[in-house]
Design a protein around this ligand. Structure first.
Ligand code: DAK
Length: 258
């Protein structure tokens, strides 16, 4: 197991904990590649996986950005390559077939917020602070942060946050829809959300994730695609179990568990 990324599992929830508290959990290459390894193949060893939580070790930071100490000697090609490899990892989170929830305590800045925005939901604590301060370093976000922030909070607020470097406090981030919830115990809140997710059909969940991502792909007719998925699911074993449970007035057993 990587020392910079702890992986633990309990009751179908895998938690990935970024473990670089002395650097406020800044995302160095090793953290990014360890996260990439999990979402490309590492998850397969967890057979009854329902959801993945990503968090940072300690109370001070989810992640205070990409690791700035790794930037200073990069040439243009290396920087572009770093950005492209990071984007691939973050895209694999966004397109993961199970829900991925960022549990944010303290700072989620720069690459850290970009990681959180690649997740399907974000739960912050009351001290959460979210921003993209890259322009203060003379950079722009390198992991699709401009795109995801604009999708989440709209162009006017996203552009203002980018060009001023403003950090949103937890309440403003909640109001804007950057955070789904804020809670004194964000980990407990995330687990509560997963307990609701568990009641639903896993294939339908994966399709809902796929459909909401497809909206942002130009040239894909999501409306038509939704109808096709709807048709496919209608004749699936999962839907048969869902209908059967409703008609028999019992709980659906989608995961073959007694
Ligand atoms: N990288 C490396 N170390 C960091 C860090 C970071 N992003 N953030 C904090 N640290 C380290 C500090 O250097 C300090 O280390 P020591 O001095 O103790 O050795 C330790 O963490 C504690 O930080 P502070 O002493 O600064 O703690 P404070 O409470 O005083 O301040 C802070 C907390 C979050 C306000 C402050 O640490 C801060 O401003 N941090 C930097 C935040 C930031 O600018 N983040 C954005 C990073 S840029 C791209 C790919 C990705 C990106 C861009 C391009 N391409 C490939 C093109 C993304 C860029 C970013 O994310």
């Amino acid at each position: 197991m990587s020392e910079v990324l702890f992986i633990s599992e309990s009751e179908g929830i895998v938690t990935l904990t970024i473990n670089r508290p002395k650097a406020l959990n800044a995302l160095n290459k090793e953290v990014i590649s360890s996260i990439g390894d999990f979402f490309s193949s590492g998850y397969k060893k967890y057979t009854n996986l329902v959801a993945v939580l990503i968090t940072g070790y300690g109370d001070k930071a989810f992640a205070a950005g990409a690791d700035i100490t790794e930037f200073k000697d990069l040439n243009k090609e290396q920087a572009t390559d770093l950005s492209l490899r990071g984007k691939k990892v973050f895209d694999s989170i966004e397109n993961f077939h199970l829900p991925v929830i960022a549990v944010i305590k303290g700072y989620a800045l720069g690459g850290g917020l970009e990681l959180a925005m690649a997740c399907h939901m974000r739960i912050g604590d009351l001290q959460a602070k979210c921003g993209l301060p890259e322009l203060s370093l003379g950079l722009v976000p390198g992991y699709s942060g401009t795109i995801r922030l604009t999708h989440l909070i709209g162009k006017a607020k996203a552009l203002e946050a980018l060009i001023t470097g403003h950090m949103f406090n937890s309440e403003d981030a909640l109001r804007l829809g950057l955070l789904n919830h804020i809670d004194e115990s964000p980990m407990e809140r995330a687990k509560h959300i997963v307990s609701k997710i568990k009641r639903n059909g896993p294939i339908a969940i994966s399709k809902a994730i796929e459909l909401t991502n497809t909206i942002y792909i130009p040239d894909v007719d999501t409306d038509n695609y939704e109808s096709q998925i709807f048709g496919e699911l209608m004749v699936s074993e999962e839907a048969k179990e869902g209908f059967g449970a409703f008609l028999e007035k019992r709980k659906a057993n989608f995961r073959n568990k007694n």
